[in-house]
Design a protein around this ligand. Sequence first.
Ligand code: GDG
Length: 475
Amino acid sequence: MTASGSADLVIVANRLPVDRVVDTDGTLRWRRSPGGLVSALEPVMRVHQGAWIGWPGGTDEELEPFVEDGLQLVPVTLSAREVEEFYEGFSNATLWPLYHDVVAKPLFKREWWEAYKRVNQRFAERAAEVAAPGAMVWVHDYQMQLVPQMLRDLRPDLKIGFFLHIPFPPAELFNQLPWRRQVLEGLLGADIVGFHLPGGAQNFVRLVRTRVGHKTHRDLITLPDGRPVRAGAYPISIDASDFEDLARSPEVTRRAEAIRKALGNPKRVLLGVDRLDYTKGIYPRLRAYAELVADGTFDVEATVFVQVATPSRERVDEYRRMRDEIDMLVGRVNGDLGRIGRPAISYLHSSYPREEMAALYRAADIMVVTPYRDGMNLVCKEYVACRYDNDGALVLSEFAGAAHELSQAWLVNPYDINGMKAAIVEAATADPKEITRRMKAMRKTVSEHDVDRWATGFLDELDAVKPMKPPIRRR
Ligand code: GDG
């Protein structure tokens, strides 16, 4: 057992919740980073006095723990090679596609696995150093799956929770992983293993039973030493009231009007907002829309599709290829179907402040969210939170975790282009009363199940875990 620190709640995640930026005058500062995990956890960290362990971005530079905007941050350094092998390699070119239904082919490289183990060990060691005796440690996501057991080996006194932000695949896919057993054993170091959906939890429990051979009963796994591990569903959400307040602000209201004006005051604005990722189904969505313009269902004088694609993982090959494909599609569609000052698709490969996101959500009549597979998808919940006047239609993939809660959306199968076209047309021509009925129901769900409830729910359960008595040593 290593010496302990003083933090009662420790978050372990691949990234720190801030990015380093260099101002024009050369000074370094930290800025809150975009992305699902950060949007979800920042409010929780403010309530609990905690420490956050993560990679600050960049390579090789050792940074001391620091406090930024009231958050205690503990940087973990990665070498350039580790970024390549652990982050871009094993995390984003092996696990990410494998866990997302193999929508891209996962690459299995033994040296990437070695780097994954090494980096997970380093994170576990940092967590062991900063956690107070008996503290709660909440480990996040697919980059950190070995941390729970590594941390338990160092600090058996801790209460350890793990939450997976992406889908957990069925055995038929997971079993491709050459290191499947080690990953399961890594996760079993936690007291609670959380997923967005009950299906993910069931996949995990079944794999533990068949691959590792532990006893299971419903959502409970019992290890040979008697320690219980619970697998459960904890669907993540957003800070709904915060988003709504932002959407109601005069600045955002003005900006939403300005956006529509800049688009030429069209009758109808469709919107997509995604990290530029092959799981998000941007390509089939834009193709479906382009066909609707080509066949005359929509006229570029009256309707525009705004697609924001936030740059992401630009050094991973698969992401570069996908960016080229989408660039080509948008270029062709606008070249063939656009008119002067009236592109069919207004495509923005850029990242924006939150206020601008809220203004875009306000400016849109139809939000189109069509991932091939998505753990949850927060964008659609943000859109719903911003529609305080109960209008606005949502077209949502049935393969997004959010579809389980937002069943009043126009649900689509992103592999079915004709089905998507039909749903977009239905949403565009729906009776306003129907749109309001659906939006009201979705707003109720999003406001009642917000991120605070998600985090408190998980942490309350973790807090209630009874510490195991240390085993009696026989001489
Ligand atoms: C993973 C899982 C799960 C995006 N562009 C900008 C920006 N964003 C924000 C959105 C939203 C978040 O990033 C994206 O979250 P998603 O949930 O849609 O998707 P992932 O990044 O893939 O997140 C996902 C999530 O983890 C949480 O568990 O839901 O399934 O894949 O909040 O608004 N924010 C700003 N500028 C941008 O340009 N400010």
